[in-house]
Design a protein around this ligand. Structure first.
Ligand code: FDP
Length: 340
């Protein structure tokens, strides 16, 4: 790579320019998606700025409430949720919002309604906030034909019906990874410009990776295929090298590394949590959508993750996602178990 040329790069592909370019490929498009995305981007910039100064601005710690998942809400969780809900409603392009932080879906008032449903986790990995580990926002977008009478069925759709998905990671840099259904692109926030610039065009996950990522503290409660898979990662057959273990415990950061370096991220079912931990609509679906768009796979232990049809907005599912060949291995183990 020519770093000197890179440093002098003057033709900046901002996320807005990128989405406008994509929009121009669809002459029938009215720019609604571009407007919606600009409101999501604004939310991400606000949360990024709040995360960066959390310690200084006394944003660390608990807000004193418990959310629908029974988890204590952090001040930053509450703030991020408020910002995203307001940004999405005021875009005038949404009709239903489902947030990890809100028990019920938000139905946007008629005057501000548009044809998109947005499912999101405003600040995922929040147990990592107080120690400064990378956290992120995850979102998925559905489009509905009729938004005059919005109903919950419009968001209780399989993930394969999403029109776009992405996440923004608040880490050593702020990175927004987006797919609108034709590949995956990564944009890094240039704080001096206040703009997300295309830095990771057309991300493709390696077909096989050297890393597995799982909370091994749950191992005693795993089912057979998960236990066998992790055993194979550590003690592979026929002299191949063992995989390295990396687990941050913050889904956005663990999935981001998996997407760039390859390997597999697992949050399986276990005896204590038979449906796993991660939520279908705003964790499993967006990340599975991105993985497939980057050439990887996502599997629930039973089926392709994006084929799942959720019955409730906060439903959970086990998930195995990452490099194509690595996910094939766990699929084979579940298939073998189903046969016996
Ligand atoms: P957190 O509880 O910190 O909000 O679903 C939330 C999540 O983090 C994910 O970001 C993360 O992958 C997972 O939970 C971590 O769970 P464990 O602590 O059980 O490993």
């Amino acid at each position: 790579m020519d770093h000197a040329a890179d440093a002098l790069r003057t033709d900046l592909m901002t996320i807005t320019r990128y989405v406008l370019n994509e929009q121009s490929k669809h002459p029938e498009s009215r720019g609604d998606f571009t407007i919606l995305l600009s409101h999501i981007v604004l939310g991400c910039k606000f949360v990024c700025s709040s995360v960066n100064k959390a310690g200084l601005a006394k944003l660390i710690g608990l807000a004193g409430e418990t959310n629908v998942q029974g988890e204590e809400q952090k001040k930053l969780d509450v703030l991020s949720n408020d910002v995203f809900v307001k940004a999405l409603v005021s875009s005038g392009r949404t009709c239903i919002l489902v947030s990890e932080e809100d028990e019920e879906a938000t139905f946007v008032e008629p005057a501000l309604r548009g044809r998109y449903c947005v499912v999101f986790d405003p600040l995922d990995g929040s147990s990592n906030i107080d120690c400064g580990v990378s956290i992120g926002t995850i979102f998925g977008i559905y489009m509905v034909k009729d938004f005059t009478e919005p109903t919950l069925d419009q968001v209780l759709q399989p993930g394969k019906n999403m029109v776009a998905a992405g996440y923004c990671m608040y880490g050593s840099s702020c990175t927004l990874v987006l797919s609108t259904g034709s590949g995956v692109n990564g944009f890094t926030l240039d704080p001096s410009l206040g703009e997300f610039i295309l830095t990771h065009p057309d991300i493709k996950i390696p077909n096989k990776g050297k890393i597995y990522s799982v909370n091994e503290g749950n191992a005693k409660n795993w089912d057979g295929p998960t236990a066998k898979y992790v055993e194979n990662c550590k003690f592979p057959k026929e002299g191949s090298s063992p995989k390295s273990l990396r687990y941050i415990g913050s889904m956005v950061a663990d999935v981001h590394r998996t997407l760039l370096y390859g390997g597999i991220f697992l949050y399986p079912a276990d005896k204590k949590s038979p449906s796993g931990k991660l939520r279908v609509l705003y964790e499993v679906f967006p990340m599975s959508f991105l993985m497939e768009q980057a050439g990887g796979q996502a599997f629930t232990g039973k089926e392709r993750a994006l084929d799942l049809v959720p019955k409730k907005i906060h439903e959970r599912s086990p998930i195995f996602l990452g490099s194509y060949d690595d996910v094939e291995e766990i699929k084979a183990l579940y298939a073998a178990e189903a046969k016996n």
